[in-house]
Design a binder for this molecule. Structure first.
Ligand code: NAD
Length: 321
């Protein structure tokens, strides 16, 4: 059994490798080759923690496993990341544990890969301005991955806690992109592509602020009750997601569904676009939304890629259970 710790994940896993792994598994999900199993998420009644499992199997790549972990809100005081997770991969032929992979760095990479995939497949080719809503831990990963998909000329950003924006500005600077903190209205007016990655529980962007032709990757909403967008945006947009079941229950679409603004059948898995079964964007004026909810198969796909890379480079530990 391989052990691939957090440090090794950082060494061996690249953004392009994460992109490829996540794109392939989204395609497999849409073909019916890969399936996420029901998610378990429970408050454990200790340390205010939320703990759970995300698991699944991809028959195309033969990746079977589970990501276990959750959210420990007081970790920051101990110098630890609040989100903690570990991926367990199993041999699908025997059920034996084949790898134990640190999940913290990989979660950020796979989440950024999902929005990057949506930008690549759904954004107009001529986009110039990237709008960032959110400036927390995930935002830098999101910005770096998005910048690889189009020739952006500048970044406009808004965050609920404005004091967090300069750190994101530094990332933009590293990427050679001018960075400006703006109001939410200005962000809607200027951005061609918008990424939302916050823990908000109310709409941050209103429909009347969004221009025709905009692509929005809505990445923060991954739990019932969270919200980043005016649900009216969904009624006027073409909506894509990683997994429809999650999108309508814990994703951003939960609010538009609850108000009867869209139906589940109005939401297309991005894998259908990847597989060439859906055209994706149909016009320059269309507003596209990607509701990135985060599925277990994404975690397993990147963990598998990291384990393979670590083994190839001879820097994984191997133990016998
Ligand atoms: P973080 O705690 O580092 O940052 C939180 C962000 O939300 C900051 O920008 C903060 O200013 C903002 N925020 C906090 N309260 C807010 C409010 N009331 N209104 C508006 N904004 C507010 O978290 P992170 O690790 O960057 O994660 C951001 C979000 O993305 C979280 O909600 C997390 O659960 C979600 N997430 C989603 C996926 C996925 O696959 N879709 C994966 C990882 C994280």
């Amino acid at each position: 059994m391989l052990i691939v710790n957090e440090e090794t994940c950082r060494k061996v896993m690249t953004r392009p490798a994460a992109y490829d792994a996540v794109e392939a598994v989204f395609g497999a999900m849409a073909r019916g080759d890969a399936r996420n199993f029901p998610v378990v998420r429970e408050a454990i009644g200790h340390a205010d923690a939320l703990y759970g499992f995300k698991s699944g199997f991809d028959r195309a790549s033969l990746v079977l496993g589970v990501k276990a972990g959750g959210y420990w809100p007081h970790n920051a005081e101990k110098g630890l990341t609040n989100h903690q997770s570990t991926v367990f991969l199993f041999d699908p032929d025997t059920g034996r544990l084949s790898a134990l992979v640190g999940g913290n760095y990989l979660t950020a990479l796979r989440t950024a890969a999902a929005s990057a995939i949506s930008i690549n497949h759904l954004a107009r080719r001529d986009v110039k301005v990237l709008g960032m809503v959110g400036a927390g831990h995930q935002s830098a990963f999101q910005l770096r991955a998005a910048a690889e998909q189009r020739d952006f000329e500048r970044v406009v950003a808004w965050n609920y806690h404005p004091e967090m924006l300069p750190a994101l500005g530094k990332v933009a600077e590293e990427l050679g992109l001018p960075f400006e903190a703006v109001s939410r209205e200005a962000l809607g007016a200027e951005a061609d592509v918008i990424i939302t990655i916050t823990s908000a529980h109310e709409p941050l962007l209103m429909q009347e602020w969004i221009r025709p032709g905009t692509h929005i990757a809505c990445m923060g909403t991954d739990t019932a009750g969270k919200q980043e967008l005016d649900p009216a945006i969904f009624a006027s947009a073409t909506v894509f997601t990683d997994e429809v079941e999650q999108s309508i229950s814990i994703g951003e679409a939960q609010h538009a569904i609850a108000r009867g603004l869209i139906r589940p059948e109005d939401i297309t898995p991005i894998g259908a676009v990847i597989n060439g079964d859906h055209p994706g964007r149909r016009s320059e004026d269309e507003i596209t939304v990607f509701d990135g909810t985060g599925v277990g198969l994404q975690d397993l796909a990147v963990a598998w890629a990291a384990a393979q890379a670590a083994q190839e480079q001879g820097i994984s530990e191997e133990i016998v259970l």
